[in-house]
Ligand binder design. Structure first.
Ligand SMILES: *Cc1c(COP(=O)(O)O)cnc(C)c1O
Length: 391
């Protein structure tokens, strides 16, 4: 089979090879259970890597968000604010708690939560006498949200922040690791993330007692007793010792993975940014994105094609590309939820959903594969141009 039509994936896992020695160790010592020495070590190594006091390894990023909401005490009837432009897993745990999500639009500079829309929502909530129990801020595709502005707003209303950094492990905001700004931070090691344990997540915080409670809740909330006694509702959310071993080896190469993804971004940027109607996801000053995914927008008026047409052309060539996340306020499952747009008549997340495309961005993407993606995008745009130009 020739390689010119081999499937190019959006963001496949990239193992380093060293994972096997950790897995072998788990097998040799028969630590196949959830918990074990790799779990403890992975927690410590990740906490020290991001500069957080403590970390709790769990079965998924979604579980970590759920635990954070439980620790904050989110209950039935509460409301929780959440970025609208994100994967559904950011908001589902709000519903697990019986609470109501309120969605906040993005702003154009980071594509993340708009401080202005957040302020409007907080003002309304204060007037109604019902502030949210928490604000879930997402760092989309590796780019940090405007944390300074968001934190100062949340501080003035005394509302805790959960930072959904599932996509931004390895990113920096003003010299500090993304994911360490909220009361709780969440990372994911799902198969498509920048490093992977095949499935898993991590909750980080400076609140050591809180994380101790998280580990307790994540192991069925078993009281100190030889008989199985439970006085609180728990979950089976811990990470297995085998998977934590994979995580330890993956963490060793995190910086290499960030550099590789940034190099992928730079090649797309160089090849395509001069094309009419194409813009890449920006990088906020004083931040360093891990560029988990390279994302660009296509303005039909200038490019002559829609993002959907380019997506179809890529799919035809066996190239996996995706639209930007469908905003959660547009999802059928959240119909009727409140939404605060960026401006009176301006919804940034909706525009990004219409015009955005995520391109193959794996850290193992070969240059000739990437060239196939670039050529396809260029050709699709050139075919639709009203006059011939040399690109
Ligand atoms: C992947 C992801 C999650 C969920 O993580 P899992 O480990 O798959 O449960 C949450 N939020 C965002 C923004 C994500 O991309």
């Amino acid at each position: 089979m020739t390689t010119h039509n081999k499937k190019i994936y959006l963001s496949p896992p990239h193992m380093s090879g060293n994972e096997m020695s950790y897995i072998q160790d788990a097998f040799d010592t028969n630590w196949i259970a959830p918990l074990g020495p790799h779990v403890d070590a992975f927690e410590q190594e990740l906490a020290s890597h991001v500069g957080s006091n403590a970390a709790a390894a769990v079965s998924s990023g979604t579980a970590a968000i759920h635990l954070a909401l439980r620790l904050i005490g989110v209950k039935e009837g509460d409301s929780v604010f959440c970025s609208s432009l994100t994967f559904v897993a950011s908001a589902n745990p709000i519903v697990y708690c019986g609470a109501r999500p309120v969605f906040i639009d993005s702003e154009p500079e980071t594509w993340n939560m708009s401080p202005r829309a957040l302020e409007m929502a907080l003002q309304d909530a204060a007037l109604e006498g019902k502030l949210p129990k928490a604000v879930i801020v997402v760092n989309l595709y590796g780019q940090s949200a405007k944390m300074d502005e968001i934190m100062s707003l949340c501080e003035s209303y005394d509302v805790p922040i959960i930072e959904d950094a599932a996509e931004s492990l390895g990113s920096m905001y003003k010299g500090r690791a993304s994911g360490t700004f909220g009361k709780y931070g969440v990372y994911s090691f799902n198969g498509n993330k920048i490093i992977s344990t095949s499935g898993g997540g991590m909750l980080v915080s400076d609140d050591i007692a809180g994380l101790k409670q998280a580990r307790f809740l994540a192991t069925q909330a078993r009281d100190q007793a030889a008989h199985y006694q439970h006085s609180q509702l728990g979950f089976n959310y811990r990470m297995s010792n085998v998977l934590a071993g994979i995580g330890r080896a993956q963490l060793e190469v995190l910086e290499e993975r960030v550099n590789a993804r940034r190099a992928v971004f730079n090649r797309y940027d160089e090849a395509l940014s001069h094309m009419p109607g194409i813009q890449f996801m920006p990088e906020l000053a004083n931040t360093r994105s891990n560029r988990w995914l390279t994302v660009l927008t296509i303005e039909e008026k200038e490019a002559g094609v829609t993002a959907r047409e380019v997506l179809e052309a890529l799919t035809e060539l066996n190239i996996e590309a995706r639209p930007v996340w469908k905003p959660l306020h547009l999802q059928p499952i959240f119909e009727g939820a409140r939404y605060y747009p960026y401006g009176n008549n301006e919804s940034v997340s909706e525009r990004l959903f219409q015009t955005g495309i995520c391109l193959p961005s794996g850290s193992q993407l070969m240059e000739d594969e990437q060239q196939r993606v670039i050529t396809c995008i260029k050709k699709t745009i050139m075919q639709k141009m009203p006059f011939k130009v040399i690109i």
